[in-house]
Every structure is written in C-alpha cells, then in structure tokens.
Design a protein around this ligand. Sequence first.
Ligand SMILES: [Zn+2]
Ligand SMILES: [Zn+2]
Length: 164
Amino acid sequence: MDYGMIGKIEKAKRYAEEPERITLHSFTAEIHGDNNTYIVTFSPEGWDCSCAAFKGHGNCAHVMAMEILLKPMLKREPMPYYHGQNIVSDVEKAHRYALQTDRIHFLALEVSFHGENSDHQTTLTGDVWHCTCDFHHSRGVCSHSMAMEKILKGMVPVTSVVVS
Ligand SMILES: [Zn+2]
Ligand SMILES: [Zn+2]
C-alpha cells in the first residue's frame, strides 16, 4: 500500500474518534424494528419516520434510536416526547435498536467534515461515496469516506480498503 493511502487511513481513524468534527445534514435509513421495517429520514427540515407513532405524534422509538446512535454528529436537541407516549418502553427500545446496529442500513447520507486543513462534504448514495476532497477525486476513497465507514460499521456499504 502506498504512503498516501496509509496517511488517509490514519486520518480516518482520528476522525472516527472525533465524531464531533462531523455534521450530519441529511440521511435516509432503514430500521428493522421488532415487527416491521421503517424508513427514517433526517434533513434540515427535521425528522420523519414511516411508522404510525411518528405519523400520529411526531416522535417514535426509531427516531430516538437514531438520535442515540448519531448523537455527536446531529448537532441538535432530541425530539420532545409526545403526550401519551410510552416513554419507558420507547427509551428501552431506542437503546436496544441503537446497540443492535445490524437492524440499521443507511440508503443515503450527507455529512460535512470540519477537517484539519479545510472542510469537506461527503455523501453516500446507494453504495457510492462521493467527497469534495482531491484525494477522493483521484482515488475513489478518502479519509472522510473511510471515517464514515468506520463510524457506521455494518450500517453502510464498505467500498474502501479494510479500515480496522
Ligand atoms: Zn418510527
Ligand atoms: Zn474526502
């Protein structure tokens, strides 16, 4: 492996340990609940989930699970509980889902990195990563896409060399 790539792998590890450098702007993810599979989306306009609880009340265990899982990257307050929500049950479920990451698959996401030298935008669409950095342009992977693969291990397609 070449020196440039080794440097990017090292940098990816550092970024993965400093997720507060990353801001999540939007994503679409599938979450396999105990009974059904739901689609959770997040964008600058806010959260959405395809489940009945969210449609009726504007919050649910799926959104709460994603809030737990993605906390340092979300940069916003958690959604409020709704009147009549079974908080004990939903909090338990959200923590369980957030740990059982094989339930979760990201279909698309958009993040920005506050890098050591400059800021970059990194996106995932299906199983294709894009990034605004020069290294990604020439090599198809970069410290940013590798850091996201590491942080969201098992939940995003891995297209780069193994980052362990
Ligand atoms: Zn939901
Ligand atoms: Zn990059």
